[in-house]
Design a protein around this ligand. Sequence first.
Ligand code: NAP
Length: 279
Amino acid sequence: MAILIDGKAVSLAERELIKEQVSKMAVKPGLAVILVGEDPASQVYVKNKKLGCAAVGIYSESYDLPAETTQEELLALIEKLNVKEDIHGILVQLPLPKHIDETAVINAIIPEKDVDAFHPVNVGKIMTGDYDFLPCTPAGVMCLLKHYNIDPAGKECVVVGRSNIVGKPQAMLLLHANGTVTICHSRTKDLKAKCLAADILVVAIGKADFITGDMVKEGAVVIDVGINRKADGKLTGDVDFASVEPKASYITPVPGGAGPMTITMLLKNTVKAAELKGE
Ligand code: NAP
């Protein structure tokens, strides 16, 4: 039987550390959270981000904008927040409405306040290993591995998914941690063979219960980043927990595994942004 990686518990422990750190700072770190439109999932994420800030003593400011907000209006708000003294981090909830160019918006946030680590400057820094901010979801996965004393060094690490926000930076962080990394995607030939080689398997594809027990090596560490809603409304990951758990040595459940870590890492980045500003 695998050991369950408890993302809720690790997240709470990390938040305690953040809270303590914030309590010692002369200036409260501040996060601006921008939501455009009324996507229900985005509304939940934004609400949880604001609650997370409040729980650790980070000041947060909300900008709930109507779906018809123009790109120019959004860019003007970002410009204002880029120079606002009490704001150290700016988060624009994605996805944005179709008429707004996401890349232009990401590029408009100054790298020093880009607590999602999506700006090309921060993406480049992740590549070289000389980074200020780590992208929240992959950083959360690394934090879970560390808490459970799972060292990627010398291990075969397989990342399934190559998105800019999860798969690619995840692969880079595992590489920085001295793992031997393989990135798989929808065009990968014989995904099963690739997955079977993994000592550490990180899955982020967005397909419910896709990775099954026959694709996982006995004793592998399995991290499921996927969040999928089933027809009955329940959440499930990209990994078929029932068939994979008996083979894994460690596994993250969904919900309660990788998910809770993402916002905690955002809080960490906001504190870092304030520290870098000398607060
Ligand atoms: P995404 O942008 O849709 O990327 C999905 C990736 O999976 C793509 O690289 C795609 O390959 C690959 N893929 C799709 N089908 C595949 C298949 N059959 N075999 C192999 N690879 C396949 O998704 P994402 O934003 O990275 O998110 C992935 C999952 O993580 C989603 O369930 C999302 O909800 C979840 N997520 C969770 C958090 C969190 O807070 N825990 C944060 C972000 C995302 P191609 O590149 O070839 O198309």
